[in-house]
Design a protein around this ligand. Structure first.
Ligand code: BES
Ligand code: ZN
Ligand code: ZN
Length: 499
């Protein structure tokens, strides 16, 4: 799908469908919506007066005015209450719009910049969210569908003001590039687990190489040489040996520090010998969403030319039960030298992440480590699918992450890492154990990682509840959401300015 800017009068622009908007409670629309309304003989104001349309959040009004415009169809979308409207709402609106366009087999959609007029939003920012939303909403995993749905080929933004054209174009380009990188990652997450095993994830990662991105893939031999006891143990049950995927992006000045992005890459989590129950197990193909997200983030920062050195490190394994699998009761010696008693082979994510964090520290001496993982069901219990969990060891980085969260619209809520939680993961026979009991499961998992991050500023994102959606919500279609790529790119972009 092409995303493009059209400068001119929306009434004279020819597309298959125009998209205009209305805030809740407005009875005589102004701006582009008002102009369109007048051109079609007041059909929008009539709908408002008759109670057919109120401008409520997510509400839509579809019209075929017949004459008055160069385009045959008009979709009016409700923006809801003005005081509640945020830039992320612009992204969310794209879903019903693109869905309508697909249903009607429309190929060109032309929209106004929602919120930029009456809402008073910055045009570049609004354009960024609008293009992002359109690209994300156009996505569909249809590889195995014999009959594919129609695709929208052009998403146009119509802007009247010539003076705003450059800003809007810049915002659109940014949003589209970000959206494309996110969709690339979503495809990996949606792939069936038999199609995408650790070797397959590595192969996919190689595709982001080129320009300033270098991808290296290490295997069991290197993992053994580096004494990655966690990665090796978790990978032992599978026919496909583990991989350590490293994608370096050198956008910063030579010698400037690295930011490490560590992502959980369990291509399928059966639980291993501590086997999960069958119900819902198929969903554990998304247990590599953190890893895919980190690779997608590198793809995005490269496309956007962010001036910072960023390295994604993805430990990739398949957690399988077999005669060669690791067992509950085993004690592992991790790359850092710490020992871990395994109480459940299903708490595998923290084991591979711990080694990847140690690798990041030793190899890159990063000034900050961010990790993302579908780490605990406990986080889903605590926060549901509305926000991811966030933990860390550095108040400044956490504050910057909160700012990036607010700006990007991807929610992250901090959980505390009080020292007292450490008791729950102390083992009788080793330094640590890999589960901390029924209480505060998201936190004890985070605490486990903190023991490996050590003094390096680090933030952990538990995305178990938000990386995949069962039902449409918050502008996300069911399936992989691409969370937390927007949050990460926003964080890195803020960090990266002037570097
Ligand atoms: N991949 C799961 C966590 C998960 C659960 C992700 C639900 C997405 C949705 C993780 O490896 C796991 O199995 N965690 C266990 C930990 C427990 C054994 C301490 C869990 O959360 O039940
Ligand atoms: Zn597990
Ligand atoms: Zn897992």
């Amino acid at each position: 799908m092409k995303t493009e800017l059209v400068v001119g009068d929306i009434r004279k622009h020819r597309a298959d469908m125009l998209v205009v908007n209305l805030f809740e409670g407005v009875t005589s629309p102004g701006g582009a919506t008002g102009a369109v309304d007048k051109a079609i003989g007041g059909a929008i104001t009539a709908a408002i007066h008759d109670g057919d349309f109120h401008g409520k959040w997510g509400e839509t009004l579809f019209l075929r005015p017949g004459k008055g415009l160069a385009s045959p169809r008009v979709l009016v979308v409700g923006l809801g209450k003005k005081e509640k409207f945020t830039p992320d709402h612009v992204r969310q609106l794209a879903l019903p719009v693109m869905r309508m366009a697909k249903k009607k087999k429309i190929s060109t959609v032309a929209s106004v910049l929602h919120g930029a007029g009456a809402g008073g939003f910055d045009q570049e920012e609004t354009a960024r969210f609008l293009a992002l939303g359109a690209v994300l909403s156009e996505y569909e995993y249809d590889r195995y569908k014999s009959e594919k749905e129609g695709r929208v080929s052009r998403f146009q933004v119509v802007e009247r003001e010539k003076a705003a054209a450059r800003k809007v174009a810049r915002g659109l380009a940014h949003g589209a590039k970000l959206g494309e990188a996110i969709n690339w990652g979503r495809d990996l997450v949606a792939s069936p687990p038999g199609d995408l095993r650790p070797d397959g994830l590595a192969r996919a990662a190689r595709k982001i190489a080129g320009g300033k991105v270098r991808v290296k893939v290490y295997g069991r031999k290197e993992a053994e040489a580096w004494k990655m006891g966690g990665l090796i143990a978790v990978g032992k049950g599978s026919e496909v040996s583990p991989r350590l995927i490293v994608a370096e992006y050198r956008g910063g000045r030579p010698g400037s520090p690295w930011t490490a992005l560590v992502g959980k890459g369990v291509t399928f989590d059966t639980g291993g010998i501590s086997l999960k129950k069958w119900e819902g197990m198929e969903k554990m193909k998304y247990d590599m969403a953190g890893g895919a997200g980190m690779l997608a983030a590198v793809r995005a920062v490269a496309a956007l030319g962010i001036r910072r050195n960023i390295v994604a490190i993805v430990p990739a394994v398949e957690n399988m039960p077999s005669g060669t699998a690791y067992r509950p009761g085993d004690v592992l010696r991790m790359m850092s030298g710490k020992t871990v008693e395994v109480l459940s082979t299903d708490a595998e994510g923290r084991l591979i992440l711990a080694d990847a964090i140690t690798f990041a520290k030793k190899r890159y001496r990063p000034d900050v480590i961010l990790d993302a993982a579908t780490l605990t069901g406990s986080c889903v219990v605590a926060l549901g699918s509305v926000t991811m969990g966030m933990m860390g060891n550095d108040a400044k980085v956490l504050a910057r992450m909160r700012e990036a969260s607010a700006a990007s619209g991807e929610r992250a809520w901090e959980l505390p890492l009080h020292e007292e939680y450490l008791e729950q993961i102390k083992s009788d026979i080793a330094d640590l154990k890999n589960i901390g009991g029924p209480e505060a499961g998201a936190i004890t998992a985070g605490y486990f990682l903190k023991e490996f991050a050590g003094e390096t500023p680090w933030v952990h994102l538990d995305i178990a509840g938000v990386a995949w959606r069962e039902k449409e919500r918050m502008g996300y279609a069911p399936g992989p959401t691409g969370v937390p790529v927007r949050l990460l790119v926003e964080f890195l972009r803020r960090e990266g300015t002037g570097a």
